[in-house]
Write a protein that binds this ligand. Structure first.
Ligand code: HEC
Length: 302
């Protein structure tokens, strides 16, 4: 079987030789800051994926749509050929072919990362969007000024079958999860979280026996970001209590008793980014109207 082109071994040396002097991280030259041409950096995988001031230069799998390749394959007197005629060694036809093949094979950077100076936080080293980042930012701001708690402060929750964990080694925020006890967990068990409520960012009570009565406890969790109620008997009666949770992003109502009677209350939850409604009592038309009213949210209906 033919070997795939290896970016680091076969492509990077060409880019470094023929392109990078004009397309790299802003740097000082003779006391002046030199910026990359066309705002295009080719010195890091994320930067190649980010493209230029005009957008993408690389479309994985499509060399013909990738100016990163097409610009190198122009006649040498063309205004647009890269590198510009006489300014650096052009790619030989064999090298152009290799670059084309690498793109058509999917433009895999392998382990190569390159220069990450200037890389935005929202993209990974290989240029993929990090979708969790908005949530991570939110967790960070919610953690500010919040004191961490000690395990003994959630003894009662543990005794009631709930599992409490910190979101990370350094975060004072907590997740509380009653999923493992299932139907053995009821409203009284859930109420044990009240004393640590200010620190709870994630709550999972899916498939437990909690009822609408628990909304009184849940609605006080001011830092709640994710709430999973799926498979519970929660219905319309107290759902409106959640509208005070200004940080709530993820709400799972899959398999609950919630119906179109709650649409107006759900529409008021402008912070939501993910709302799950499969097998609830909400109708398809209801879900569609929610999608319109909550433009930031992905509404999963089936
Ligand atoms: C001597 C400097 C220089 C070198 C070397 C050079 N470029 Fe460029 N590059 C430019 C300039 C200037 C522009 C902006 C003007 C233009 O679009 O022609 C540009 C623009 C581009 C663009 C278009 C970006 C956009 O979307 O507008 C691509 C793609 C590109 N270069 C790729 C390369 C590649 C690949 C190499 C190496 C094979 C390379 N360049 C080598 C100076 C250089």
């Amino acid at each position: 079987m033919a070997q795939k082109v290896d970016f680091e071994k076969q492509i990077w040396p060409l880019v470094e030789r023929s392109c990078v002097k004009c397309h790299k991280v802003p740097h000082e030259e003779n006391g002046k800051t030199v910026k990359p041409k066309a705002a295009l950096r080719l010195d890091g995988a994320w930067a190649i994926m980010a493209g230029s001031e005009d957008g993408a230069v690389l479309v994985k799998g499509k060399s013909a749509e990738s100016s990163l390749f097409t610009r190198t394959a122009l006649p040498k007197d063309d205004d647009e050929v890269m590198p510009p005629d006489g300014k650096a060694d052009p790619l030989t036809p064999a090298e152009q072919e290799l670059l084309k093949k690498w793109i058509d094979e999917g433009a895999d950077f392998g382990g190569w990362v390159g220069n990450v100076v200037g890389k935005p936080k929202e993209v990974s080293n290989s240029g993929e969007k990090i979708p969790v980042s908005e949530i991570q930012e939110l967790y960070k701001s919610l953690a500010e000024g919040l004191s961490p708690l000690k395990e003994e402060q959630w003894k009662a929750v543990t005794a009631a079958g709930g599992r409490v964990q910190t979101l990370s080694d350094t975060s004072p925020l907590l997740s509380a999860d009653f999923r493992l006890v299932g139907k053995d967990a009821d409203d009284a068990d859930l109420a044990t979280i009240a004393p640590i409520g200010a620190n709870i960012a994630d709550l999972n009570v899916s498939d437990t026996a909690v009822t609408d009565a628990s909304m009184a406890v849940i609605s006080k969790l001011e830092r709640l970001v994710r709430l999973d109620l799926h498979g519970t008997q929660i219905g319309d009666a107290q759902l409106g209590a959640l509208s005070g949770l200004k940080n709530l992003r993820y709400l799972n109502l899959y398999g609950t008793q919630v119906s179109d009677a709650s649409l107006e209350k759900l529409k008021a939850m402008k912070s939501l980014t993910n709302l799950f409604l499969w097998e609830s009592k909400v109708t398809e038309a209801g879900a569609k109207s929610l999608e319109k009213a909550l433009p930031k949210a992905r509404v999963s209906f089936k």
